[in-house]
Design a protein around this ligand. Structure first.
Ligand code: DLL
Length: 431
C-alpha cells in the first residue's frame, strides 16, 4: 500500500477530514468563481448552510456544459500564474473542455496515481510501460507522474506502433502495463502474431481504464497476457486517471475519498440514491485548487459499496462502470449498454473479443446489428456452422437483454482496432 495512513483511515476520521475540506472548497468557489456564486444564489444556498456531508444534496449540480460555457478559464479558482498545467478533452461536440492544475493539484494527482500503481503491485523496482496517449489527454502524463513518484522506471511510449511496443517490453523487462483495455487486447494479439513467448516477457500486471470493460474482458486479458488486470477510473473534469482504482481483491474500485466526495443519484430525477443502488456517479472535489468542482455529474453508471474490503483499505468502492448514461442505447424501448453485449459474447467464448454495435432505424423500428469477429478456421468453415453460431448468439442476447439483434459474424481483423478509447457503437439514427 502506498499510503496506509490515508488508505485505511477510520470512517469517522475520514468524514471529519472530508467535511473540513468540503467547507474550504465551498468557501473558495463561492468567493472566487462567479459561476458558482450565481448557481448557489439561484438555489438559495450559501456555504454556511452546509452543516454536514449529507447537506451537500442541497447544492446545485455541475455538468460538462458548465465547463464549456465558461471556456477556457471561467471556472478557475486560482490566478493564472499559479496554474502550471493544462489538459483538455476534445469531445465530439465542438467546444473542448479545459482543465487546469496548480503545483499542489499535480502533487495530489501524483499521490493518487502512486496509490493506484502500488495497488497493482507497482514499486521502485517496476518497469512501467505507459501506452496511454500523452498530450492533452490526461492518461499518459497522469500515470507518468504517479509512476515516477513510486520510483519505478518509466517508459513513456504513448500509443501506437504495437510491434515496437512489444519489442521494447521484451527488451526493457516491462513489469507493469498501463493502457486502455482495448489497446491491451491489441497488444496481446500482437504478441501472438509476433510469436513472442510470454516467458520472455516480465509482465505482471496492468492498469486498464478510460473506457468501460467487462469482467469477462478481464478474464480474456488475464489469460492472454497473462497478468493481473486491474481497473482504473477517472475523468479530466475531476483530475484525470486515479479518481478510483482496483486492488488485488478485484472487487470494485476504491475511490480516493480524502480527495473526492462521491454520491450516487438517479440520473432521471437527480435524487440521491441509498447505498447499494445503481445510478449515476456524482463527484465533488475536496482538495482541488485550480478547478474545484461541486457535484459533478459524471454520467457514469455504477454502484457504491461500503463493506470492508479484504485488502484493508477503507475507502468506499464503486463497481466497474457499466457505461455512460449517454452511451446507453435504447433499442425499441430496451436499455442496452455495449458492455453488456461484450460480457455475453465473451462469456459464450465462441468468438473473438472484437465487436461493434450498429444501430439504425428502419421505418419506425430501431434495429441492432452486432458485428463480431470469428477465428480464421471458423470463418472458412461451412456456412451451416456460422449460421448456427449466429442463431446461438442471437438467442443468448435476446434471453439476457430482451432485445432481438441481427448477428453478423465477420472475418478476423475486420473491426477497427483502437490505440486509445475503442469505438463500440455506430448509431446511424444520430447521423
Ligand atoms: O479517460 C481519464 C483516464 C485516463 C482514466 C486513463 C483511466 C485511465 P476522459 O477522457 O475525460 O478521462 O474520459 C472520462 O471515460 O467519464 C468514463 O465515461 C470513461 N472512463 C474512464 N475510466 C473508465 C473506466 C479519462 N475504468 C470518461 N471504466 C469517464 C469505464 C471509464 N469508463
Amino acid at each position: 500500500m502506498w499510503n496506509p495512513k490515508r488508505e485505511t483511515m477510520k470512517r469517522e476520521e475520514l468524514e471529519k477530514m472530508q467535511f473540513l475540506r468540503l467547507k474550504q472548497t465551498l468557501e473558495s468557489v463561492y468567493q472566487l468563481v462567479p459561476h458558482y456564486r450565481k448557481k448557489f444564489q439561484e438555489k438559495g444556498v450559501e456555504p454556511g448552510d452546509i452543516r454536514s456531508l449529507e447537506d451537500i444534496a442541497s447544492l446545485p449540480f455541475t455538468i460538462k456544459d458548465d465547463l464549456r460555457d465558461n471556456y477556457p478559464y471561467g471556472l478557475f479558482a486560482t490566478p493564472m500564474d499559479e496554474v502550471v498545467r493544462i489538459h483538455s478533452s476534445s469531445g465530439t461536440t465542438g467546444i473542448p473542455t479545459v482543465v487546469g492544475y496548480t503545483r499542489g493539484d499535480l502533487e495530489v494527482w501524483s499521490e493518487i496515481m502512486a496509490r493506484t500503481l502500488a495497488a497493482a503491485g507497482g514499486n521502485h523496482e517496476s518497469v512501467i510501460h505507459i501506452a496511454y496517449g500523452y498530450g492533452l489527454f490526461t492518461g499518459g502524463l497522469g500515470v507518468h507522474y504517479g509512476a515516477e513518484k513510486i520510483g519505478g522506471t518509466v517508459v513513456p511510449i504513448s500509443g501506437g506502433h504495437s510491434k515496437r511496443q512489444i519489442r521494447m517490453m521484451k527488451d526493457l523487462g516491462t513489469t507493469l502495463l498501463a493502457c486502455t483495455p482495448s489497446y491491451a487486447l491489441q497488444l496481446a494479439e500482437t504478441i501472438e502474431e509476433m510469436g513472442v513467448d510470454h516467458r520472455d516477457l516480465q509482465l505482471k500486471s496492468g492498469v486498464f481504464g478510460a473506457e468501460p470493460w467487462s469482467e469477462n474482458m478481464r478474464r480474456v486479458l488475464e489469460e492472454k497476457l497473462p497478468i493481473d488486470a486491474l481497473d482504473i477510473y477517472g475523468l479530466s473534469e475531476i483530475i484525470g486517471p486515479g479518481v478510483s482504482y482496483e486492488c488485488m481483491a478485484k472487487d470494485g474500485l476504491h475511490i480516493n475519498e480524502d480527495h473526492f466526495l462521491p454520491e450516487l443519484i438517479d440520473p432521471q430525477t437527480g435524487e440521491v440514491l441509498p447505498d447499494g443502488s445503481t445510478g449515476e456517479l456524482v463527484i465533488t472535489t475536496l482538495s482541488k485548487e485550480t478547478l474545484p468542482v461541486i457535484r459533478y455529474r459524471t454520467r457514469d453508471i455504477t454502484t457504491l459499496k461500503r463493506e470492508k474490503c479484504s485488502c484493508g483499505r477503507t475507502h468506499v468502492r464503486m463497481d466497474k462502470v457499466s457505461g455512460r448514461s449517454d452511451d446507453m442505447l435504447i433499442i425499441r424501448g430496451v436499455n442496452v449498454f455495449p458492455s453488456q453485449v461484450e460480457s455475453i459474447l465473451l462469456n459464450m467464448g465462441k468468438t473473438e473479443p472484437h465487436y461493434l454495435l450498429v444501430v439504425d432505424r428502419k421505418g419506425n423500428l430501431d434495429t441492432l446489428e452486432v458485428w463480431v469477429e470469428v477465428s480464421e478456421e471458423m470463418f472458412s468453415d461451412k456456412i451451416r456452422g456460422m449460421e448456427e453460431l449466429e442463431r446461438l448468439i442471437h438467442e443468448e442476447i435476446n434471453s439476457i437483454l430482451g432485445v432481438s439483434a441481427e448477428i453478423k459474424l465477420v472475418e478476423p481483423k475486420t473491426i477497427e482496432r483502437s490505440q486509445g478509447k475503442a469505438q463500440r457503437v455506430i448509431d446511424k439514427r444520430k447521423q
